[in-house]
Each structure stands twice: as C-alpha cells, then as structure tokens.
Design a protein around this ligand. Structure first.
Ligand code: S3P
Ligand code: PEP
Length: 691
C-alpha cells in the first residue's frame, strides 16, 4: 500500500496481463457476521483483508468470537446466537457493512454496547434503521447527533406483534441489517411478528417474522447478496417483490462449514474500465481479471453491461473476465445507475473519454457515502478539464473539449477509496499529463494494494516514468537522502553503489582480485548478478542477506576499484535501466545523472566537505563497532574522490543540469525537504493543497 502524502501517476499508455482481485467487501463482512451468529466453526476462504473487514473482525473478537487467521483463510468460531460480551465498545471505522448490521444484531441480542466510527461515519445516516429497531422494542440512544452514530444499545423488550417497517430509500444496508439480525429473534423463540393470517399462533410459539419496506428501495442487488448468503447459512427468506420479506418461523443460522468469498465486483470495475480505455500492451494477450466472473452474486458485476454500452469488449467465464477496447473514443451514455451505486463512479471517469455528454442518474445515495460523492466527483472531474453538471441525484459529464483542454490535476480523494481508484484512470488522458492522487492510502478501505495491482498491468507512455538522480562522492549521505526521498514519493530506489559493492563481493568470492586483468570475468559476474533489493532496504545476493557485508570499508574500496573497470560498468547498465518502473525511481550513485539516466527530470549533486564526511563516516563505523580514526578515514575519502573523479569512464562529476546541494550544515530532514521542493517545482500540479 502507498502511505505517501500523494502518489503521482505518470501518463499511462496501455494495459495487459492478469490481475487477481481481492475479496468482495460486501460478501466478506456479511459472511463474517453470519459465521459469528451461527454455531460451530466456519472456514472462510479468500476473505478480503482491508480496513472494513479488519474493523468487523476486531468487533467480533471483542464480542467473544474465536478468530484464527491463516493467510487468506480465516476460521470463525461462531457463538450460536449468543454473541456478546456486555459492555463492549466497538469502533467500526467507516464500514457501513459493519456499522449497520452490527447495530441490528446487537440491538436485538441486547447488552450494553457502544458503536462508533470515524468522524465521517458519524455523518452517515442510521436513523431509519434505529426507527425500525425501536418499533420492535430495541433500546438505542444517540450519543451524538440524532439519526447518526455513535450509538448506545441497551437491553430490548422485544415485541414482535406487527410487521417491522423500514425505509429503504437512503440505504439498502438498513434492510440488510434487519434481514441478518432478525433470525436471532426467531431462534430464541421470541414472540414473532404476525403474518396477517387469520388466527395468530399462541404467545411464545415460533412465528414468521415479516419486514416491510416503506417507499422505494435503493441499491436492490445488495439485498440479493444478503438473501443468497442467508440461504448459505440456512435461512431462506421469502420475498414478495421488494416490499415484503418473510423470515420463516423456526429459522436458525447453520454454518455451511466452508465458504468462499468471490473477488470484489466493484473493485473489478476499475480494471474493466482500464481494459475498455487502454490500448493493449504489445506482446501481451490483453487484460484478464481473475476472481470474479459474469455469474457473480454481486450486483456490481452489471457494470459490465454499462461498460459494453460505452464500447468495451468483455468476455468471461466462471471466475474470470477479459476486457479490451472496442469503440474508441468511448460512447457517451445516459444510464440509471441505482443498481450499481459504487461501480457507477468508475463510469463518471470513463465519461472523460466519451464522444459526448454522459449522464448518470438516480444516484442520490452518493451524497451519504464515504463523502458527498456527487460533489466530490464533480469537483475533481472539473479539475481535469471536464464540464460537469451536478444535480440532486444525477451527474452529467462532458469531456474536455480537445486534447489541449485537459489539465494536470492533484486529485483530492476525501478519504474515499473509490475516488482514489477511479481517478487513477485519468492517467490515460490523451494529453500525456500525469495525475496526482492525494492521500492514496484511502484505498485501504477495500483494496489496499490497488495501485500495485494497477502498475502490474499497465505500461507507461515512452520515457514517462520519472527519475530523480542523486549523485555525489562517498559519505555525502546520498544513500540516506535517496531512501528518504523515495519513501516520501512512493518511488523505487536504485542504490547503484550497492551494485558495484556486490560486483566486488562476487569477484572476491570467485577468487578474483578487482583489477583490470579480471575485468571481463568480473563483468560476466556483474551481468548476471542475482541481486534483490527488498522493501525493508535489505540487499540480497542469491538469497543471502549481504546488506552489512557490503557496507564494510573493504567492500567500499573493492567497489571503487571494480567501478573503474569499463567492462563492469557496461555490464551493469541494463540492470540499472530495468529499475525504472512505475510509479518512478530515485537513483543514487556517482553517474546516475551523467551516464545512466541523462534525461532524468531532476538531478541533484550532493556533497559535503571532506571533514564533515569523514566525521559522519566515523560515527557510522564506531556505532557498528568498527575501530578507525578520523584522519585515516579522511585520507581514504580524499583518495577515493580523486580516483572516482579521474577515472576514464563515467568520472564522478556533477551533470551539467544538476542542482548542487552541499549538506555540510543541513540535517537529513532539511535536505529531504529541499530536494522534494525542487521536485515539486518540476511538476505541473502546483503546491500540494492542505485542508
Ligand atoms: O450492502 C452492502 O454491502 C452495500 C450496499 C450499498 O450501500 P447503499 O445500500 O447504502 O447504497 C453499497 O454502496 C455499499 O458499498 C455496500
Ligand atoms: C459505500 C461504500 O461503503 P460502505 O460499505 O461503508 O457503505 C463503498 O464501499 O463504496
């Protein structure tokens, strides 16, 4: 996951390869709750691991449920309808699929519970559900604003003598919550709701429980997911249209033992759109999506139909889809999107690539989700150059009038995973502009590795992957600076010095003195260097962690000698070029800006006085337990500088267009901030807006 302040997406050109999607949020959280309410153990395969499922799992554990994780497999020990450690305070983040169903289940079971979430969750309505639950005797208090979480739940006095009426026009999750919770009342033999039949059963005997929806129900396909999963857990709800739902008398949760979570169809929408609007990467067989197919139980799979209307070519089988560009530009659409409220946001970004104005209708619920999505989408689409009309329940998008009307934008994401994910598709703009996504970690709600997945199946426009070079003499602190800058930008890091150190080590291990007579043999070793840089900054040589070994003074000396051999330098060029991958690269060394990446967008030449460098190196070595003197270190440094700058191939010197940074009197943070401000000056986005 990218936890940076922003993530800059270079202009993207094409798509190809296979992406395997994480599990469905809606299925995962329903299955977890149903497994917790059932007796026995349920093994859940391919459960989504994200913020929304984590809050649900934490809540279930706090309620006394056994949870065992084994990779993508989770075992839940259910509590057979006795869920509840009274007094539990549950934090449910911004997960509607946790807040609403847990409110209903715990209100029916009774106990002293407090349910809260992030500030936005406290602005998301829950009043219609609370009203329905109060009708049947549940005790619920608002701890903040009337109609919104946080909530306190008490002990109910259930009176199920009439159908339970619930409004369905704000969120379908209220009905889902009741459908999942009310079998609890049936299980415990509580007096149940009358069916309207002539003679009611005697008090206390199991009866059908009836829920009636008041007004128009929105997001209907989510109710189908609920009903299908309830059936897997032994509860067959009868449905009359979308108005009346009957939980039969004596219904009892029964764990299916094992259950598989299909991949998330809403998450698939970004990749279906990708296939529709990106050219095919040459040499690839197109874009394949694994984990969900057209037979999915998730309503958002109908996004395929909308994408087809816009021109996408979609084929598929059980558990997979293949998507490619059909009509281009895409065709504008006018569509009622009430059945696909989440995936419809992706259509709004696809509309940027359409041949006219597209209208997405019947999406008023967007206003009460992770953010006011109608306002957010309108504002961010406009930043890219689109003309947007935002209605109470519709969005009308007209693409930028011509290529030159596209604008490079820093997209605000409003802590809304879907805003971040769908706007990544703007990186395919025909103007070849980069797109900045602010706060990319918000994708953690449902798809923590979204950007990694995107990069794995997309190719940038030629030479579009940005490179930032940091060159300088030994002990100037370029490794520390480069690593910090790479981390702040979310870029890859190339420590080219390590490649020379590794070549020196490989030479020594092969019994070769690092000198000219062995140049060809060492070059052959360098060309096939089995190196791997890990995310936690370790360096592996053929799987062995040699991070500390290659940092010794001896290894430094060998590196300097090896790097003076032209054959070795040539052998390492291709390896270094291959590190320039999405989303960008920070390369540190001695010839990054002059030889390896001469076209780099920013080149920094870092230096410090020999006295400062000797002092830093001294501290570093002493802290690692090596004994040495400042004088000898300074003499070594100066000798090495002289050798590095006088060698015939790629001598150490600043590139003509490098910015010089003398960090003798700067802290690391000051140097990092300075380099980032230089980087920012090279971007087309303007200053990073702060809230
Ligand atoms: O039941 C569900 O799993 C969901 C229902 C939908 O909400 P609404 O019913 O509020 O539209 C959807 O937007 C949400 O992401 C998940
Ligand atoms: C609306 C969404 O989430 P929630 O389940 O929190 O309602 C969503 O994922 O788009």
């Amino acid at each position: 996951m990218f936890s940076t302040e922003f993530l800059d997406l270079p202009p993207l050109a094409s798509a190809g390869g296979t992406v395997t999607l994480p599990g469905s949020k809606s299925i995962s959280n329903r299955v977890l709750l149903l497994a917790a309410l059932s007796g026995g153990t349920t093994t859940v395969h391919d459960l989504l691991d994200s913020d929304d499922t984590r809050v649900m799992l934490d809540a279930l554990q706090a309620l006394g449920c056994g949870v065992r994780r084994n990779g993508a497999q989770v075992q839940i020990d259910g509590l057979d309808g006795r869920l509840g450690v009274p007094g539990a305070k549950l934090f449910l983040g911004n997960a509607g699929t946790a807040m609403r169903p847990l409110t209903a289940a715990l209100a029916v079971l009774g106990g002293d519970f407090e349910l809260s979430g992030v500030p936005r969750m406290h602005e998301r309505p829950i009043g219609d559900l609370v009203d329905a639950l109060r009708q049947l005797g549940c005790r619920i208090d608002y701890l903040g604003n009337e109609g919104y979480p946080p909530l306190r739940l008490g002990r109910p006095a259930l009176a199920l003598d009439a159908p339970i009426r619930v409004r369905g026009d704000v969120s379908s999750q209220f009905l889902t919550a009741l459908l999942m919770a009310l079998p609890l009342a049936a299980m415990h033999g509580s007096p149940a709701t009358g069916t309207g039949a002539s003679s009611p059963p005697p008090e206390g005997a199991p009866r059908d429980i009836v829920i009636e929806v008041v007004g128009e129900l929105i997001s209907k396909p989510y109710i189908e997911i609920t009903l299908k999963l309830l059936a897997r857990f032994g509860i067959d709800v009868q449905r009359e249209g979308w108005q009346r739902f009957t939980i039969p008398a004596g219904a009892r949760y029964r764990s299916p033992g094992r259950i598989h979570v299909e991949a998330d169809a809403s998450s698939a929408s970004y990749f279906i759109a990708l296939g529709a609007l990106a050219a095919r990467t040459s040499g690839s067989n197109g874009l394949k999506i694994q984990g969900v197919g057209a037979d999915s139980i998730q309503g958002d799979i109908r996004f395929i139909d909308a994408a087809r209307l816009m021109g996408a070519q979609v084929t598929g089988g059980p558990n997979w889809l293949e998507v490619s560009r059909g009509a281009w530009p895409l065709k504008a659409i006018d569509l009622d999107c009430n059945h696909i409220p989440d995936a419809a946001m992706t259509l709004a970004v696809m509309a940027l690539y359409a041949d006219g104005t597209s209208t997405l209708r019947n999406i008023a619920s967007w206003r009460v989700k992770e953010t006011d999505r109608l306002a957010a989408m309108a504002a961010e689409l406009r930043k890219l150059g689109a003309t947007v009309e935002e209605g109470a329940d519709f969005l009308r998008v007209t693409p930028p009038a011509s290529v030159s009307h596209w604008k490079a934008a820093a997209v605000h994401t409003y802590d809304d995973h879907r805003v971040a994910m769908c706007f990544s598709l703007a990186a395919f703009n025909p103007a070849g502009l980069p797109v900045r996504v602010l706060d990319p970690k918000c994708v953690g709600k449902t798809f923590p590795d979204y950007f990694e997945a995107l990069f794995s199946v997309t190719a940038p426009q030629p030479d579009a992957v940005p490179v930032l070079c940091i060159d300088g003499p030994t002990a100037s602190g370029k490794g520390t600076l480069a690593a910090a800058v790479a981390e702040r930008l979310g870029y890859h890091l190339l420590d080219s010095g390590a490649l020379y150190r590794l070549s020196g080590l490989a030479a020594r291990r092969a019994g070769l003195e690092p000198e000219a007579t062995h140049a060809d043999a060492i070059a052959a070793l360098a060309r096939k260097l089995p190196v791997r840089f890990t995310a936690d900054h370790r360096v592996l040589l053929a799987g062995e962690d040699v991070t500390d070994l290659i940092r010794s003074e001896q290894a430094g000396m060998d590196a300097s000698r090896v790097s003076a051999l032209p054959a070795v330098r040539t052998a390492l060029v291709a390896l270094q070029h291959s590190c320039r991958t999405l989303p960008g690269l920070v390369a540190d060394g001695r010839d990054m800006g002059t030889v390896i990446f001469p076209g780099a967008r920013l080149k920094v030449y870092l230096t410090a006085s020999a006295a400062h460098r000797a002092e830093r190196r001294h501290k570093q070595l002493i802290s690692k337990g090596f004994s040495t003197t400042m004088e000898s270190l300074r003499a070594d440094l100066e000798a090495r500088d002289a050798r590095d700058s006088s060698r015939s191939v790629a001598p150490l010197k600043p590139a003509q267009d490098a910015l010089l940074l003398d960090n003798s009197d700067l802290t690391v943070d000051q140097s990092v901030d300075l380099v980032l401000s230089w980087w920012q000056d090279k971007q087309p986005f303007g200053a990073v807006p702060h809230d």
